[in-house]
Design a protein around this ligand. Structure first.
Ligand code: FE2
Ligand code: FE2
Length: 444
């Protein structure tokens, strides 16, 4: 038996975005099928189709592409083709007719659902688009990223969301900033690779709340965390039960990937040992990847488990009765990745997993240095812990036990990183520029 039935899902989808309940602490299955929802037999094939899990993401250059995705069942709408046209040019419909892209349906494990994905390519950069699913869905909107960073580029990052009310409050706060996109650096819904309900609840919350001021859907870029994986660490891809079916566009073979925005922004998204080991292939790939982007102006690294944790212990700890000490949190990253961040001029690393706010001092080889790398984190979109006061590595500039998001703004050669709490209060502001060359040789 599947934990959510086809009828259940059809009902939830047909209820639409506007009337679907916010997915909070209460288990999803207890709340969803309510009296006002229609009998699925009454859902006509040409009825308005509003999938409650609709979201946008990317797997290739965001200046000219968009991936439109939702989770649904075959047959709930007659036509799953995505029709789209540049919004501002619709008055010239004769010269800019609607284009069509068929969606592809792939299995969504532990359910009879499918992940539908339409990959739109050849889009105009920096343009507003209107799209529909089939001919009868409402008109939705998206915006491609600009070809150049002439105007400011802004985006949100955070991690460790869950599906509780704090996560929803932060979603609303994030959307209020009208960011061009949002990065979620692992631990999305806390489905643990086992709960299809939680995976769907996360998508529904995101879909419902992450909408920009003008009705534009805000694309989501994700990295993998331990709570995407049944068992958390050192598992095969199949244990990231829902993550890869949703995001294998960006991650077709490994848990790490890059996303390059024209020539002005590169996101390097890493797998902190959940389905890809930190050392070996991933570290070799990281060196090649960073070297190729050494002169790029804005390289952001995103990982889940922090190299410089604010809550967990970074140092090895003796375990009673065990022959070897328990490695410190981030030890492998500090050994394998930090020398590469130092060498290849990475300015900012976005970290998560510890459920706090933290900003380190700029660091080079683990020591404060004006030409160093800034580590920002630590993942408290919807989960909280008290940061440790001890700071045994002496790296922290600021920590806090509040829910937060980071708003990043790239403006010319400067970057601003603003941390805000769920009420929009500014908690911290940091500024970075391009780091100087020749800071450090690997192993030096
Ligand atoms: Fe977490
Ligand atoms: Fe985590």
């Amino acid at each position: 038996m599947f934990p959510i039935t086809r009828r259940h899902f059809l009902c939830a989808s047909a209820a639409g975005l506007a009337s679907s309940p916010i997915c909070g602490d209460e288990p999803v299955r207890d709340r969803e099928v309510k009296k006002e929802l229609p009998n699925p037999k009454a859902v006509k094939e040409d009825a308005a189709f509003q999938p409650a899990t609709l979201f946008l993401t990317w797997h290739t250059d965001p200046t000219t592409t968009m991936d439109i995705q939702w989770v649904g069942v075959r047959g709930e709408t007659a036509d799953t083709t995505v029709y789209y046209t540049p919004t501002a040019l619709t008055v010239l419909a004769q010269t800019f007719p609607w284009r069509a892209e068929k969606s592809v349906a792939r299995p969504y494990p532990q359910s009879d659902f499918k992940v539908f994905r339409a990959e739109l390519t050849g889009l105009l950069p920096g343009a507003d688009y209107t799209f529909k699913i089939g001919k009868q869905s409402p008109a939705y909107r998206f915006r491609t990223m600009p070809a150049k960073s002439t105007d400011a580029i802004s985006f949100i990052s955070g991690g460790d969301c869950g599906v509780n009310t704090a996560a929803l409050a932060n979603n609303a706060q994030a959307a209020r900033q009208d960011p061009m996109f949002a990065i979620v650096g692992g631990d999305l819904g806390y489905d643990n690779g086992r709960s299809v309900e939680t995976s769907l609840a996360f998508l529904k919350n995101y879909s419902r709340t992450m909408v920009g001021r003008d009705g534009r859907l805000i694309p989501m870029i994700v990295a993998i965390g331990n709570h995407e994986v049944d068992g958390g660490y050192a598992k095969p891809r199949s244990k990231a039960t829902f993550f890869y079916p949703l995001f294998d566009g960006l991650y077709p073979e490994t848990g790490y990937a890059t996303l390059d925005f024209g020539d002005y922004l590169s996101l390097v998204l890493l797998d902190t040992g959940h389905t890809s080991p930190i050392d070996g292939d991933q570290t070799r790939w990281l060196e090649k990847t960073l070297k190729a982007r050494e002169d790029h102006p804005n390289v952001f690294v995103i990982n889940h488990v922090p190299a410089y944790p604010s809550f967990r212990n970074p140092q090895p700890a003796e375990v009673k009765g065990a022959a070897t000490a328990k490695p410190g949190t981030g030890e492998l990253q500090r050994k394998n990745w930090v020398p590469l961040f130092d060498k290849y001029r990475v300015p900012v690393v976005l970290e998560h997993h510890d459920h706090t706010f933290k900003r380190t001092k700029p660091l080079l080889d683990g020591l404060p240095h004006e030409n160093g790398v800034l580590y920002l984190g630590d993942g408290s979109w919807g989960r909280l812990r008290n940061p440790k006061k001890a700071d045994p590595l002496h790296v922290m500039a600021k920590t806090s036990d509040e829910y937060h998001l980071s708003l990043h703004r790239i403006q010319g050669e400067e970057r601003f990183h603003l941390a805000m709490d769920k009420d929009g209060r500014v908690m911290d502001v940091a500024r970075t520029g391009q780091r100087k060359k020749g800071a450090m040789s690997v192993g030096g």
